[in-house]
Design a protein around this ligand. Structure first.
Ligand SMILES: [Zn+2]
Length: 82
């Protein structure tokens, strides 16, 4: 698979706040949804090599109201976009 076209997002440490709980209150539908963590993910290094990173890098939830998945945390800390 080509590395071109892979979506990415840059998040500063100042955008991360308190430790995430196991549920979040959804801003889209107002209900609570379970927070899930990513599994092991592929990491691309500057020298062109790849390795497998640790699980739990990303936290997300799925809104049962609209069916979309939202990124909500990094390494267990809540992401608050500025
Ligand atoms: Zn929702």
């Amino acid at each position: 698979m080509s590395k071109q076209g892979i979506p990415f997002v840059a998040i500063g440490s100042d955008e991360l706040s308190e430790k995430l709980g196991t549920v979040v209150t959804c801003p889209h539908c107002g209900n609570e949804h379970a927070v899930e963590s990513s599994g092991p993910s592929k990491v691309f290094h500057h020298d062109g090599t790849e390795s497998v990173g640790p699980a739990g890098l990303l936290q997300f939830y799925k809104c049962t109201g609209n069916g979309h998945v939202y990124l909500v945390g990094i390494e267990g800390k809540r992401w608050r976009p500025s």
